[in-house]
Every structure is written in C-alpha cells, then in structure tokens.
Design a protein around this ligand. Structure first.
Ligand SMILES: [Mn+2]
Length: 237
C-alpha cells in the first residue's frame, strides 16, 4: 500500500527535503515541522525549506531549524505537504530535481504530481492526514509533534468552526490534551494574535466600509500600496 511505499522511500533516502506551498499558513508550517520531528524519531533528518513565513509561527517546536535555502540541488527524496499543485510549491525545482517525490495533501484539486501521492480530500487539514500516517508508521506522537499538528488543524478549521471537522479531530485533540499540549495557548497564538501591520490594515478596511441596500450589501477594499505602507508580512492564505 502507498504508506508502506512511502516508509520504504524514507528509509532508503540519504537526504530528504520537506517543501510546502507559497505564503505558508499554519497547516503548511505545522505539517512541515511535524514531519521533520517525525523523521528524526525514525533516525532520519531533513531540510525544511521555507523562505518566508509569519513570525507568529516561531513558537513551534523545530521552527529554528527552518532554512531559507539549501546548497543541495538534488535530494534523494522530496516531500511536499499541503500543496495541491507543483506550481504553488515553494522551491518546486527541488521537488522536480529530487530522485523521488511524495505529495501528502488534503486538497481535492491535487494534481497528483508526486511519484507517490497520499491525498485525502475529506481531511480538514494536512496535519490530520499526518496523524494517521504517523500512527501507521508507529511513530510516537510527542507533545512537540502534537503541537505542530494541532496548529495546522486549528488554523485550517478556523478553530474547529469550519465544515469537514471529523470525530477523529476531537478525539485526537483530547489525546493531545492528555499529553500536555497547550491547546488554548496554540489557539491564542495562531488565531487571536495579530501583528501591528495587520491591525493597521484592519483599521483601513473598516474605515472604508460602505453599507448599501439597507444593510444587505457591504463592501470595502485594500490595495497592495496599503500593504507596503504598513509593512505587512506575506499574506497568509
Ligand atoms: Mn491545509
């Protein structure tokens, strides 16, 4: 089965690179770091290449190991996480050049660009797919790995609000609480914290809002110039 093949590719590889989509969000970064930590527990190491991301995610275990670039041109194995299309993959030449490429994702639009693809469009976050994979590989989901995984789940579900949440999402969250993962701290950091630049942008958005048709329609706008003026970080998609 695909997961057995993925594990044998991981075991075979002498060097591994972990990649994710551009303008990475909590699921992208959480998936990448959870995979890094999981690979370490298998006695492997990997390079996580993310050129730019919001500093909101610096609290994540393993974040200090994120690299902006790499000198290696051809990895034995590239793992792409949370990315539906190779064109949206940051540093996608590393994926194309790698001897073997694996895509693990939860977007129904995934183009199956890997040599192996493990895509589950029903999962609310890539991190939720990783839980099943790590369990299959008999990797101990530590507090650190759990913190990364839960960050992805919380951000992609808008804090357990969006459709697609499964009973397993809550069962897994309960299990992580027992392991000491600070769910409320993650929630606060990734959903209730904003940067000064984003706060400035929100002020502009609200001040320009117009309400028409007796409250049935409202609109507002923001420009690239606004983003530059407030020195905004890369957008979180
Ligand atoms: Mn995602």
């Amino acid at each position: 089965m695909t997961l057995d093949n993925i594990l044998s590719e991981i075991k075979k590889a002498n060097n591994i690179v972990i990649l994710t989509h551009e303008t990475p969000d909590g699921d992208a970064i959480g998936s990448s770091l959870a995979t890094l930590l999981a690979l370490k527990s298998l006695g492997k190491t990997a390079d996580v290449i993310i050129p730019e991301y919001s500093r909101l995610f610096n609290f994540l275990p393993g974040a200090k190991e994120i690299k902006k670039e790499t000198a290696i041109e051809k990895y034995d194995l590239a793992i792409a996480l949370d990315c539906a299309d190779v064109k949206r993959l940051e540093n996608n030449e590393l994926f194309e050049n790698a001897k073997f490429g694996i895509s693990i994702d939860h977007h129904g639009s995934n183009t199956m660009y890997g040599d192996l693809n493990y895509v589950n469009p029903v999962a609310p976050a890539c991190c939720e797919i990783l839980i099943a994979i790590f369990q299959y590989f008999q990797i101990d989901i530590t507090k650190d790995i759990g913190t990364c995984l839960l960050t992805g789940i919380i951000t992609d579900t808008g804090g357990f609000r969006h459709a697609g949440i499964t009973p397993e999402t809550f069962e897994f969250t309960a299990e992580l609480l027992r392991k000491g993962v600070d769910v409320s701290d993650i929630y606060k950091r990734v959903l209730r914290t904003t940067t000064k630049a984003n706060f400035e942008l929100s002020k502009r958005v609200i001040s320009r809002m117009e309400i028409l048709e007796e409250g049935k329609v409202s609109f507002t706008y923001i420009t690239l110039k606004d983003e530059e003026e407030v020195n905004a970080e890369p957008r979180r998609s």
